[in-house]
Each structure stands twice: as C-alpha cells, then as structure tokens.
Design a protein. Structure first.
Length: 565
C-alpha cells in the first residue's frame, strides 16, 4: 500500500493540476494499492508541466490512450470477476486522466491563457473559429476557417487544436463500446442496475476499496489517514467510526497521537488477529468508535463504553464489551430523543500509559476557546468526578497558561484547530514531557463565556457556567441515576455520567458539585439546550439541598440565586 506522505504528495500534485474534483478523486482511488499507477501519472504530469511542442503533446495523449486500451483489452480477457473489474477500473482511470488533461486542468487552461496573451482582443474570435472548424469528426468534414490571416501553423494554436481533437476522440471512444462494457461490468460487480453511471462508478470504487481493506481486519493509523484524504468522509466514518476518523485526521496533519489501530465496523477478530498489534506496550486502551459518534451534530459523549489500562491478553474481551455497548439503555434513549440512526461499532486500540496531565479543549473561534485539565488520565475530567483547572483563551491569549517545555498548551490547541479547519473539541495529554492528542471531533455546541462570568450579583452561589441560559424552579437532589425520574425540576447532583441521561433529558436545568466546562454534564446540557452550572463544590451543593426550595440557575455567569428557602 502507498505510504501516507506519498499519497498526500500525489493528492497535492493533482489539486494543483486538475480542476475537476471528481477526476482527482478517481485517480486518488487508483493509487492506494498500486504505486506504479502513481509513478505513471506523475511522469505524465511532469512532462506536461514543462514547455512542450504540439507534437510532443499529441504523443503524450496517444501514450495515455494506449494504456487505456491495454487495460480495457486485458479486462475483457480476464477470467475472474475481481480481475475484470480491477483492470476495467484501471483503464477508466487512464481514460479520465486524459479527459482531465485535455479539458479540466491548469494545463489546458494555460493554453487558452497563452492564446489570450498572444492574440489579445482577437483571441475569442480565433478560438471560436477553431472550435467550429474542429467541431466534431461526426460531421465527416472540417469547416473552412473564415480568417485567412489565421496562422494555424502557430504551434500554440496547434496545441489548442489537439485539445479539441482529443475531446472528440474521447467521446467517440467512450460511445463505441467502452462505456457500455464498463457499465455492465460495474452493475454485475455491485449487483445493482438501478444507479446512474456516476453513482454506479463511485459505488464500485468504494466497494473495491473496502473489500480489499476488510481482508486485513485491523487497520493501522496511516492507512486510515489515507482514507480521510479521499473525498468520501461519510463512507469512511461508516467504516472506521467517528473517533478513528478524528485521530486519522490529526495524524494526517502531522499531529502526534499514540500508537493506534482500528477494527472496522462489521469485522470480527480473534486472538490470532491481534498479533498485529505492537507488543512493545504493556497496556492498551480499547475505545469505542461508532459510526454516529463524534460527529458535527451529536457528540455521543460517554454513551459508549471504553476501557483504559488493558493488558494484551484482555484486549479481545474488552473489544467484545465495547461492541456490546451499542445495546445499552441510555444509548437507545439518546438515539430516540435525537432521531438518530442505529449505530455500527468500530473499535480503536491504542497504547496506554498514565500521563502527567490530561485535558480537553473546546474551541469557540479561530483564536479562542477553553482549556481544562487534571492530573493523571482524563477519565475523571470528562466524567465530571473532579473539578478541573480551567483556562479561558481569547485572542490567542490567557494569563498564566499551562506549559510543557517551551510550548503553551492552549496556543498549540489553537494551532491544531487551524490545521483541522474547524472549531475543535480535542482530548489531549502530557506524556513523557510531550503533548499527545487523544481525540478530535468538531464542536457540537459552542461554549458561551459571558461577560457576567465571575461577577457576583448580590446573594448567590457561584460555579462554572457550563451551559448557557437562565432558569428558575425547584431543585431536586438525586443520589443515583436509578432514582425516580420527576420532570421539570432542576437536577442537583454530585456529578453525572451517561447513566444520568434520562434525568437530564427530563430536567430544565442542572447543578453539580464537580465538573467543568467540558465534563459529561456540561456537554449533554449544551446539546439539550438547558442551563447548567458545574463545579460548585460539595459544601455549596449541600446548602442548596438542605436550605432552599426554589433557585435560579444562570448558565451564562455561573451564579445560582436562592429564591426561597
């Protein structure tokens, strides 16, 4: 399989030469498992990027056409369905490459620009005459040029004429059996004759790719990063899940993540299959990566099970437990409330070592966001069982920020956001004095830090404004998620975890003793649109429980007012 950096370089070359995204995508699919095709295409692009004559241009196009025909003929002679489709799709890739060069590339655009520069205001008239003169070989004759002063011996115009002739040759070649052969072959391969030609071809390419990958059972990080470079995000997420997709994007951007592999959705593994893991590590994390998890609309925070500090011999058992977590009750309710599809589970396996710090970042803009962290691993941060250290970043600045060596962690988060081109929800750790990223997903709900934050308003209690809005009503303390659900109260709790979801969905606000901006309670309340204040501490929570009946929760400022005792 092609190396990640080689694939990215190939993609970059295509994006700087071919203007049609569908053609670029077609060529990218073809190089994943065959670097010889990449070498061939780069050779042609290198030739066409230099100053060449019209004769040399025609020779290049003829050479590309020979490759198209060679693989077309091999496909017709092949015995197996798999060989037939592989050879046919390779033939089609060469066909599309020629199509892009003669009509959908900077190369063809530059020829027109050179004509414009040379012939100035007359260039449109010249191009129009050539277009009519070389309209189509269907006419069986070439119209006579009206402008006798037009010098068609000009090699620049000859190159334009070659482009027009090859556009016509391409159409005829496709219509004279090539297109019909490909369509029937793809219909048979995909077992579908209802799709239009474009959709059928895209389906065939994805099927060939994922069928090939499924034979490997466990995919490495670089392979998954190559998949994220394709223009088929939703299909890749369906295969490797949201968490692995985010990690693969980070890796593709050159951002450090732990040793990571994934078992795709629908794949079953044995203990023997796990031997591919790097046994240099004493312990591993076995984490959920559902296809509906860590998306742009729903985070599924804590909905699925993940396990840390797992020995190699226990990995298979924990893979089973992660997969079975798609059947838990809290998830069913979350799916029903949000009107979501049933999940399919991929499983991420990572190296695990207890970090010095672990934290979360949630971005509000290109240069602002919130950083939270705790000592040790991040489980107590995201679960809300601990109130973390917090930093509010605005305009890429923060007082007394956390540093690792000469690096400011918050500034690195802002830098990484720019690399992934979105406001990001990151999980990170400091391990062996180095910043390592553990998760990336787009921010589902923005954290609004009001100017009111930190300002006391008369009598009141104070915590962290974790979800915006102001609500008043009766507070109700719950000790356990198994307690009876009573709707339209303000939930009071030490902390919540995913098992508390039914209570949060039936509450009109929430207050917790522990947690920060980015704990489970905060994320779920923001997604539900109910005000939330976290991290008020056990003493203040006890005062609310014992001494008041009605309260006002201000999720903008972090204040809690006692309205009646």
């Amino acid at each position: 399989m092609i190396k990640l950096e080689d694939f990215k370089n190939f993609k970059n070359v295509l994006e700087n030469m071919i203007t049609n995204k569908a053609f670029r995508s077609r060529l990218m699919f073809e190089v994943i498992d065959d670097e010889t095709f990449e070498i061939d295409i780069l050779k042609y692009i290198n030739i066409l990027s230099k100053k060449i004559t019209s004769d040399e241009l025609n020779n290049v196009f003829n050479d590309i056409r020979k490759n198209t025909i060679e693989f077309y003929e091999k496909s017709k002679k092949a015995i197996s369905k798999e060989d037939k489709i592989f050879l046919a799709l390779r033939s089609l890739a060469y066909f599309y490459f020629l199509e892009s060069m003669d009509e959908h590339s900077l190369f063809s655009d530059n020829i027109v620009k050179e004509i414009q520069k040379k012939y100035h205001n007359d260039y449109l008239n010249i191009i129009s005459q050539i277009d009519r003169a070389y309209l189509s070989i269907d006419t069986k004759e070439i119209a006579k040029l009206n402008n006798e002063k037009l010098d068609i011996s000009d090699d620049l115009l000859k190159k334009y004429i070659i482009l027009k002739q090859w556009q016509d040759k391409q159409h005829h070649f496709f219509d004279e059996g090539f297109g019909e052969y490909l369509e029937k072959l793809q219909q048979d391969y995909c077992n579908d004759n209802t799709m239009d030609s474009f959709s059928l071809e895209q389906y065939a390419l994805r099927k060939r790719l994922f069928d090939s990958l499924s034979k490997r059972k466990i995919l490495d990080l670089d392979t998954c990063s190559i998949l994220t470079e394709l223009y088929i995000k939703k299909f890749v997420v369906k295969y490797i899940g949201g968490k692995m997709y985010g990690l693969s994007v980070l890796n593709s951007k050159g951002i450090k993540v732990p040793f990571t592999m994934v078992i795709p959705t629908g794949i079953e593994v044995s203990q023997e299959d796990l031997k591919i893991l790097n046994k240099n590590y004493d312990y591993y994390s076995v984490r959920s990566s559902a296809d509906i998890e860590d998306g742009e609309k729903n985070s599924f925070a804590g909905m699925f099970d993940s396990y840390l500090n797992v020995s190699f011999k226990d990995i298979l058992e924990n893979i089973t437990k992660v997969k079975n977590s798609i059947n838990n009750h809290r998830l069913k309710e979350y799916i029903q409330v949000n009107g979501l599809e049933e999940p399919h589970m991929a499983v991420v396996i990572q190296s695990f070592k207890e970090p010095t710090y672990a934290g979360v970042w949630i971005g509000n803009s290109d240069d602002s966001g919130i950083l939270e962290w705790v000592n040790g691993n991040g489980e107590k941060l995201v679960s809300g069982s601990s109130t973390p250290h917090s930093e509010i970043w605005t305009a890429n600045k923060c007082d007394n920020p956390l540093k690792i060596g000469n690096q400011t962690v918050g500034s690195k988060m802002i830098e990484y956001q720019k690399k992934v081109c979105t406001n990001a929800d990151f999980e990170w750790m400091i391990l062996d004095n180095e910043l390592v990223m553990l998760q990336f997903r787009p921010v589902t709900k923005k954290v609004n830090i009001s100017d009111e934050y930190g300002k006391s308003e008369g009598e009141g209690l104070f915590g962290i404004p974790a979800a915006p809005g102001v609500i008043s009503g009766e507070g109700r303390y719950l000790d356990s998620p198994s307690d009876e659900i009573i709707p339209n109260k303000i939930l009071l709790a030490m902390m919540t975890d995913p098992n508390w979801l039914p209570h949060l969905m039936n509450s009109k606000g929430a207050v917790t003793a522990y947690g920060g901006f980015l704990c489970h309670t905060a994320i779920v309340c923001r997604e539900l649109g109910i005000p939330c204040v976290t991290g008020i501490g056990e003493d203040l929570l006890e005062e609310l429980i014992n001494n008041c009946e009605n309260i006002e929760v201000n999720g903008n400022s972090g204040n809690i007012k006692i309205l009646s005792r």
